[in-house]
Design a protein around this ligand. Structure first.
Ligand code: SF4
Length: 119
């Protein structure tokens, strides 16, 4: 397996080449720092992303509350997560940092509010 990627760990955006199938023998080249190697290996083995989205909230101030995951989740789980989030309707008050959804799909991932909406 050979994969060309752009590292998204910082704005430089190094062009990476990731080769190998065996987790022990994956090689990453083109990276300018160790973060690129970590990113390349993760992309090859189990790609994941932080997710940001919005959730409906019953408020005259704001129609949708911005939320985010507290850690990256597997890319294959993102559509299911978004479906759950888009089905929610919150009632204020909600405070920045509140847990909106806990332990998504038994993954331990929490969805946090990133803005406060008072009652
Ligand atoms: S490899 Fe390092 S320098 Fe290059 S984009 Fe990734 S984080 Fe930035």
């Amino acid at each position: 397996m050979k994969k060309d990627l752009i590292c998204i760990s910082c704005p430089i955006g190094c062009r990476l080449t990731v080769e190998g199938e065996n987790p022990e023998k994956i090689s990453v080249s083109g990276n300018r720092c160790p973060r690129g190697e970590i990113y390349g290996r993760e992309e090859a083995l189990a790609p994941s992303r932080m997710v940001t989205a919005t959730v409906a909230i019953e408020s005259e101030k704001l129609a949708r509350l911005p939320v985010k995951t507290d850690r990256p989740i597997g890319r294959e789980h993102i559509p299911s997560l978004l479906n759950q989030l888009y089905a929610l309707e919150l009632v204020p008050p909600v405070y920045c940092g509140d847990i909106i959804l806990d332990d998504f799909a038994e993954s331990g991932v929490r969805i946090l509010a990133t803005r406060t909406i008072e009652a």
